[in-house]
Design a protein around this ligand. Structure first.
Ligand SMILES: [Cu+2]
Length: 163
């Protein structure tokens, strides 16, 4: 699951804006080759580096209607391990299981991170996670159906301690 956040997917996302048939692997391959060819042609006729970076600069992320909050743990809480239930609340948007590139501002799912590392994708608002003793940073983010953030990001962070 975590592999979905890799650089390949990010690249595909950028290329998707110039490729109407991105749903198909064949379409992606053609798009990549076509794009590289176009960039080479442009590089040959123009010294401008801006031409090369245009696809990523034109990528626009939707603004979400969702409002996320972490109900548990509370900021600064001291909890007992090795399991902890994370409880979230989401207003003005819904968690849906489907993954698609046709994004809606009110549909997505949750990425949970501990200490900056994504530990799970949640298709609900409650989840039991494993925790180790010490202080940790918990981050919950409501992301779009393509697993990437909204703009601005819908994210909440707090610290808690496992005794
Ligand atoms: Cu995801």
């Amino acid at each position: 699951m975590i592999g979905l956040f890799g650089h390949v997917d990010r690249t595909d996302d950028r290329l998707g804006h110039v490729n109407a048939t991105r749903e198909m692997n064949v379409g992606r391959t053609v798009s990549v080759i076509g794009l590289i060819g176009a960039l080479l042609v442009c590089a040959g006729c123009s010294p401008s580096a801006q031409t090369v970076t245009t696809p990523s600069q034109t990528a626009v992320r939707p603004r979400s209607t969702g409002v996320l909050s972490i109900l548990y743990p509370e900021p600064g809480a001291v909890v007992s391990g090795p399991k902890m239930t994370v409880r979230l609340a989401l207003k003005n948007a819904e968690v849906v299981p489907q993954t698609t590139t046709h994004l809606s501002p009110d549909k997505g799912h949750i990425h949970l991170s501990i200490d900056g590392k994504v530990i799970s994708m949640m298709y609900g608002l409650d989840q039991v996670i494993d925790v180790t003793p010490g202080m940790h940073i918990l981050t919950a983010e409501f992301v779009a159906q393509d697993h990437f953030p909204f703009d601005p990001r819908v994210v909440k962070t707090l610290t808690f301690t496992v005794k």
